[in-house]
Ligand binder design. Structure first.
Ligand code: C5P
Length: 240
């Protein structure tokens, strides 16, 4: 059985390439994230195929944001696809509406706190409130949990603070922005290694380019899985 703590971000150009990669990886990877790029090129049918034919878990990264009624309807429609995780932006009205929409399914609603590719300078340009990013992420995470989120998406650099929030009890922390030591950061700014992310409290790490862009994606995935099973990945900061 694959170690589902690793989620592969399937940001390849189209569904055909996605399926080809999933076939190359076989049992090595058990959990796939399908994002916006893939959704516009057949992502939902790929999600279905990976789930039904290959027994994979699916994380649909739609990052929904709209008025509550629209979010609720969109999520209700998506509940029929037997998805495992769905992302919405972490604004409390969005999270609460998504929770309603997902009421009759097992789909977990994950709230995006602040994108891991953004730094303070980017937040200033978006006119987002002053304060240090880790503090803002914690505040947004707590509000999202209160609004009914099953978990949050955050940078691994914020995982330990979120894990220690009283509101985070029993909730999932999923961290993109994960880079094995020595690999290219791409546009990610707030990063950590897979071992560090898990030891700081992440339940799942999302890794994309370091695997799918590698010359040998299977070895790249295996190296990350090995790191997740190393003593460095011990979940040291967990409460209790
Ligand atoms: O290639 P890389 O490992 O950077 O991929 C990270 C994935 O996680 C991308 O699909 C990106 O859209 C997603 N993501 C992120 N930051 C968030 C939420 C999702 O990087 N806050």
């Amino acid at each position: 059985m694959a170690d589902d703590r690793l989620i592969l971000a399937l940001d390849v150009p189209n569904a055909f390439e996605g399926l080809k990669l999933a076939e190359v990886l076989g049992d090595t990877v058990g959990f796939y994230k399908i994002g916006l790029g893939m959704l516009t090129t057949g992502g939902l049918s790929l999600a279905n195929e990976l789930k039904q034919e290959h027994g994979k878990r699916i994380f649909l990264d739609m990052k929904l944001f709209d008025i509550g009624a629209t979010v609720e309807n969109a999520v209700r429609g998506l509940s029929q696809f037997e998805l495992d995780f769905l992302t919405v932006h972490g604004d409390p009205h969005v999270v609460a509406a998504a929770r309603e929409g997902a009421a009759n399914s097992n789909m977990k609603i994950l709230a995006v706190t602040i994108l891991t590719s953004l730094d303070r300078n980017d937040l200033d340009k978006s006119l987002l409130k002053n304060g240090k990013i880790p503090d803002l992420v914690s505040e947004r995470a707590a509000l999202a949990f209160e609004a009914g989120a099953d978990g949050v998406i955050a940078s691994p650099q914020e995982a330990s603070t979120i894990r220690n929030l009283p509101e985070a009890e029993g909730k999932l922390i999923v961290t993109p922005g994960v880079r094995p030591a020595g690999t290219d950061l791409g546009d990610q700014k707030r990063v950590a290694t897979p071992a560090q992310a898990v030891s700081d409290g992440a339940d799942h790490v999302v890794v994309g380019r370091p695997i799918w862009k590698a010359d040998d994606p299977k070895s790249a995935a295996n190296a990350i899985l090995q790191e997740l099973s190393s003593p460095q990945a011990k979940q040291a900061n967990r409460k209790g």
